[in-house]
Design a protein around this ligand. Structure first.
Ligand SMILES: [Zn+2]
Length: 267
């Protein structure tokens, strides 16, 4: 390794010394990985293979998709109790097939969907229309971002609260064959965060950071109890029994609303 290959610009803090750590096979490419000493972010080299990786927006090996959406909807319901959100708009950013949007509307929250790369299959009529948003959710999105800071700028221009999941990379940085989250078989994961990285982002955007179990995080304008956040995330099933009762399901109202839209189409 000589010259410029030793270092790349960190895609989070933009320092020029994100250091080469190893290379590994991603799809059928040999890809270099870099780690930033300042913010701890681990990134691939410039991801030239993404078109191939996104042949399908949801990768074929995402067998956890339904379980994850159920879990996220319960945790989000608990968080809404903590942030006192009832009728305000929530945006599911990069919301995939809109499973989470539909589940949350079933529970009773005004969740809208947005995704530049995926079809809205389950929440037609509830796409995001640019209104102000109390909470933005982004599950399994951060590790896909080509320009995380540009996307975070966009997210924070929409909402001051971002509730998101991304699995934090262990320390020391695991080898490519020792951590499933590198996603060697789909090539869509191109950036990996640490607590240090999230703290850097919280400071940059002047937000409070709350994390549970290296998997689910909140960047918020609100100050909340970190212990309560952890308890609501850890015992999500138990608290969900109570927190879901704050709102009423939108299944029937949504049916009426969609029918109206369809009637207009037929006129
Ligand atoms: Zn960095």
């Amino acid at each position: 390794m000589v010259g410029t290959l030793m270092y790349e610009v960190c895609r989070i803090c933009y320092n020029t010394e994100s250091k080469y750590i190893f290379e590994g096979k991603l799809l059928h490419h040999v890809v270099k990985y870099y780690e930033c000493a300042i913010c701890g972010f681990v990134q691939t080299e410039n991801p030239y293979w993404l078109e191939e990786a996104y042949d399908s927006a949801i990768n074929d090996v995402d067998t956890g998709i339904m379980q994850r959406n159920h879990l996220c909807s319960k945790r989000a319901t608990n968080l809404c109790a903590l942030l006192k959100i009832k009728n305000e708009i929530i945006l599911d950013f990069a919301g995939g097939y809109s499973i989470f949007t539909r589940l949350m509307r079933d529970i009773g929250f005004n969740v809208l969907w947005q995704d530049k790369y995926c079809a809205n299959l389950l929440a037609k009529g509830f796409g995001y229309d640019g209104k102000s948003v109390k909470l933005l959710t982004a599950f399994e999105v951060f590790e896909h971002l080509e320009s995380p800071i540009n996307t975070l700028d966009e997210m924070f221009s929409i909402s001051s609260n971002i509730f998101f999941s991304t699995l934090l990379i262990p320390e020391p940085t695991p080898k490519i064959e020792d951590w499933w989250y590198y996603g060697q078989n789909h090539g869509q994961h191109i950036g990996f965060y640490r607590k240090k990285t999230l703290k850097y982002l919280a400071k940059k955007y002047n937000k409070n950071l709350y994390s549970y179990n290296a998997e689910i995080h909140l960047l918020s304008e609100n100050r909340i109890s970190p212990i309560l956040f952890k308890i609501l995330m850890r015992f999500y099933n138990l608290f969900f029994i109570f927190t879901q009762k704050r709102v009423s399901s939108k299944i029937w109202n949504d049916y009426i609303e969609i029918e109206k839209i369809n009637d207009i189409k037929f006129l």
